[in-house]
Structure formats: C-alpha cells, structure tokens
Design a protein. Structure first.
Length: 276
C-alpha cells in the first residue's frame, strides 16, 4: 500500500480559483473535433454539432478541473461521479452527434464493415461494457490505475469505448448496424442495471477498505475513507440505475407513440445520405 499513497497525492491541491488542465486531453479532443468538422463537410450537421460538442465538453470537464482533482486526489465517490458522466452521459451525446452518413464510408471499407457488425452486436456490447466495468473496480486493478497515471488513462479510455458500444444498440445512426426494437431496448437496458448493481453492492457493503490509495488524502467535509467508499457505491447503484430506468421510460413512450408495434423497423432512424 505504501507506494500508492505518495503517487496519488503528489501536488494535490484544490481551490475554487484553480482549474487544472491536462493538455493531452485537450489535444485529443481537438483532434476529434477536427476529424468531425472535416467529415462534416460532405453533409449538413445542423442540430448535430450541439450533441457532439456537448459530448466533448463532458469529457473535458470530467477529466480536467475540479472533478478531476477531487476524483484523483481526494474522494473515491467523486471518481464514481466522473465514471457515470463518461459512461452514461457522454456516449449518448456522442452517438446522437455523429450522423450515420459520416460513418458509412468508413464501414464500407473492406473488412471494416464485418468487424463493425461483430462489435456492435447487442450481446457483444453488453458483455464488453460489463466486463470492463467489473474488471476496473476490482481492488487490484483500480488501485493500480490510481497509482499509475498511464494505467489510469487506459482505464478511462476503456470505459468510454465500452460505454459507447453499450449505447450503440439504443442510439445507432446506421441502418447497417441497426438498433434493437423498442421492447428489446428496454430489456437490454434493464439487464444492464443488474451487473452494475452487483458491482455497486460489492463496494457499498464491503466491511473493509477496498481502495486504500485514498487513505492519505486530506479529508473533505470530514468524510472518512470508509464513508467515501460507501457513498461511491451508492452513487453507482442509485443514480446509475435511475438513469437507466429514465431512459427505459423514454423508450417505452416512444414505442407507444408508434402504436406499440414490436418491430425492429419502428426503432430505426432513416438518415438519408449526404447530398453534395
């Protein structure tokens, strides 16, 4: 445990007037924005840019500034808030912001389409997200990520990638890689809450400190490490589950607006090819 503590808290500081920025994040987001604008020249992005740039801002404010500092140096529970933003908010915004016609040329390349179809199958998306979620909350791997910034970056990249896959069967913009039907979307999201709840229960009801790297952190509002761990588990369990059930409710009303037809086609969005 000793090596974890100094690595976690070197240079730790937190104030309302300070806002730390990791320039590697800024460069990565700038590259994504550049690729988006170049790809968007072939068609109309009106109404899409808002979602896409909201996704990029979610990433920026999750991995920089006060939430980043709280989650990396002080509170496990803040880290759970960060993970919820990166897995439950950012991916839906990202998928809504990238129209199907922008991705179609890519999946039409030889071999890419077959790989994309395999990776976006609902079973694969479901399994990938939940395996990644469980893996990185095992104490050995979480503590390694907290102690080593390179592993920490890998953890966040895997979370964001797996979460984007998770939301694909709900928000796909490509008929070639279709969404599930409305009833299956609801079942899919309900089943997703189960592994998340298991991980959250494991954290919430643990009688021992699972993530000792936070022991040396200056205490925020007098929250002890065990209380912090309890709050973190509850954040994953309750707000995370509520988000899923809120989306399930939206899907249900959309299904009803289509006459409750149990058809895959009713859940699809027909994005016309770009003109010009």
């Amino acid at each position: 445990m000793a090596p974890l503590l100094p690595l976690l808290h070197v240079g730790a500081s937190l104030s309302a007037s300070s806002f730390t920025v990791h320039w590697s994040t800024v460069v990565g987001l700038a590259v994504l924005a550049g690729l988006y604008e170049v790809g968007g020249r072939r068609g109309d992005l009106t109404g899409r840019r808002l979602y896409f740039y909201a996704a990029l801002l979610t990433i920026f404010f999750s991995l920089n500034g006060w939430l980043h500092d709280l989650s990396d140096w002080y509170l496990f529970s803040a880290h759970m808030v960060q993970h919820l933003l990166l897995t439950l908010l950012m991916p839906p915004l990202l998928l809504a912001g990238v129209p199907g016609w922008m991705l179609r040329p890519l999946i039409q390349r030889r071999g890419v389409g077959a790989i994309a179809r395999a990776l976006t199958r609902p079973k694969v998306c479901f399994a990938t997200f939940n395996v990644v979620l469980a893996f990185w909350h095992l104490p050995a791997f979480y503590n390694a990520a907290v102690a080593d910034h390179r592993i920490h970056i890998l953890m966040h990249l895997m979370f964001m990638t797996a979460a984007t896959m998770l939301w694909w069967p709900i928000l796909s913009q490509l008929p070639e890689l279709p969404r599930l039907s409305y009833p299956m979307q609801m079942l899919y999201l309900f089943l997703t809450t189960l592994p998340m709840s298991i991980v959250a229960v494991y954290i919430t009801y643990s009688r021992s400190l699972l993530y000792p790297g936070y022991v040396a952190a200056p205490r925020i509002l007098g929250i002890t490490p065990m209380q912090d761990q309890l709050i973190g588990g509850l954040i994953m369990w309750i707000p995370g589950g509520l988000v899923m059930f809120a989306v399930i409710s939206v899907i249900f009303f959309r299904w009803q607006s289509h006459g409750a037809e149990d058809s895959t086609a009713s859940a699809q969005v027909d994005w016309r090819p770009a003109s010009g």
